[in-house]
Design a protein around this ligand. Structure first.
Ligand code: CAA
Length: 387
């Protein structure tokens, strides 16, 4: 099926491209060094509607579709990948999850501040001993009158330190597998809820990744998201959407690496001519561009299916798998084309290479994406067909 963007989608893309290249891009390298959370820029992004892109207008959001969202996200990632991951988790796994599973009171309380960028959102499921296998998580939420008491530690939480609202999962029934997991909305400052260590990371340095510690943290029953036992399905549904976002981040970063490599190859002269004249490099550039385009189409395909209300779990995993592996190949080639300069901090490609590395890991490793895809192929509902 061919894909054509609407005038509105093209307008959003152009608006975000201008903003990202004027505001985010010039300071991205410095942010990588300082590791400073991009709070001010996130505020500006909120003014443009980028912090509640798919939140319905009645809750203060832009009410955009997923295709518009991925267009925006890839532009932000092109300019600053650390800012893009904050935007991605905030929009796809927090705002969308509260919009889809929250009751009216929860939507009223949380969506507006999130969409206005006054509050940043985080999502906490991973634990020190439960990464790819979240069913084995050990954080517990025990009912005590009209409260739950939460105990446990979450790990690798994007925006953990800077988030005002965090969706967490915890076991409400330890005798059950995934059906014993529930989801909760926890506010910053709740007694018993604290931020633990912040990771020193290879890339995405301006986005904080922290432990979250729950030590007899009491939250009211009203902060349960959905019903008791719904937590695993809520998390999996949210990750389906999040994975399209990782594909968009991958495409944005890969395009940035390609563009940097093209301009360097035209400028740099060796053996008396621009290195872009050498077939070995031309073929590298051609492969990079082709792979990016393939990833972009998978991203649009998954986003389009989501927008049409069709099942898109497998397609989201395919887009995430291919795009995240693609960007690792493309940034490595982009760095190679820059030769020794690519390895220095004078040029942006070393940052892109570092930033991209986690894309095959977070929101489900490549291996988990293959599990999801294979489960669908071998499931009862799969109908193989040529399109
Ligand atoms: N949508 C809705 N329901 C789903 C689902 C989906 N995509 N995937 C599974 N389920 C349901 C199943 O239908 C099943 O329900 P029933 O019992 O009612 O049939 C239930 O969930 C359990 O399914 P499985 O038995 O398949 O579950 P599993 O334990 O085998 O795990 C998995 C499946 C795909 C491997 C899953 O564990 C997984 O995705 N693991 C990776 C976790 C992950 O991505 N972590 C990333 C953390 S978040 C992060 O990185 C954010 C950040 O800060 C950047």
């Amino acid at each position: 099926m061919s894909f054509r963007l609407t005038d509105e989608q093209l307008m959003i893309q152009a608006m975000v491209r201008d903003f990202a290249r004027e505001v985010l891009h010039p300071s991205a390298m410095e942010r990588d060094r300082s590791k400073e959370f991009p709070r001010e820029n996130l505020g500006k992004m909120a003014e443009l509607g980028l912090m509640g892109m798919m939140v319905p207008p009645e809750y203060g959001g832009a009410g955009a579709d997923t295709v518009s969202y991925v267009l925006a996200l890839q532009e932000v990632a092109y300019a600053c990948a650390a800012t893009a991951v904050v935007m991605s988790v905030h929009n796809s796994i927090v705002c969308e999850t509260i919009d889809r599973f929250g009751n009216e009171d929860q939507k009223q309380a949380h969506l507006k501040p999130l969409a206005e960028g006054r509050v940043i959102g985080a999502f906490a499921m991973t634990e020190p001993q439960a990464g790819s296998d979240p069913v084995s998580q050990s954080t517990v939420a025990e009912r005590d009158g009209d409260h739950y008491i939460i105990n446990g530690t979450k790990r690798f939480i994007t925006s953990g330190k800077n988030a005002g609202v965090t969706i967490i999962t915890a076991k409400t029934d330890r005798t059950k597998r995934h059906k014993g997991i529930s989801a909760f909305i926890v506010r910053k400052g709740t007694p018993g809820f604290s931020v633990g260590r912040t990771e020193e990371k290879m890339g995405l340095c301006a986005s904080d990744t922290t432990d979250l510690i729950f030590d007899d943290c009491r939250i009211p029953l009203e902060d349960l998201l959905g019903q008791e036992g719904d937590g695993f399905k809520i998390a999996m549904t949210s990750l389906d959407s999040g994975r399209i976002g990782i594909a968009a981040q991958s495409v944005g970063v890969a395009q940035a690496a390609l563009d940097a490599a093209v301009s360097y190859a035209k400028e740099r002269e060796q053996f008396g001519q621009p290195i872009s004249k050498f077939q070995g490099l031309r073929w590298m550039l051609a492969d990079m561009a082709t792979e990016i385009e393939a990833a972009r189409q998978l991203m649009f395909f998954a986003a389009g299916k989501k927008d049409r209300g069709e099942s898109y779990t497998m397609e989201a995993s395919m887009a995430k798998l291919f795009a995240s592996e693609m960007v690792n190949r493309v940034t490595a080639k982009g760095l190679q084309i820059h030769g020794g300069y690519g390895y220095t901090k004078e040029y942006p490609v070393e940052r892109l290479y570092r930033d991209a590395r986690v894309f095959t890991i977070y929101e489900g490793t490549s291996e988990i994406q293959r599990v999801v895809i294979a489960n669908h192929l071998l499931g009862d509902r799969y109908v193989g067909t040529l399109r």
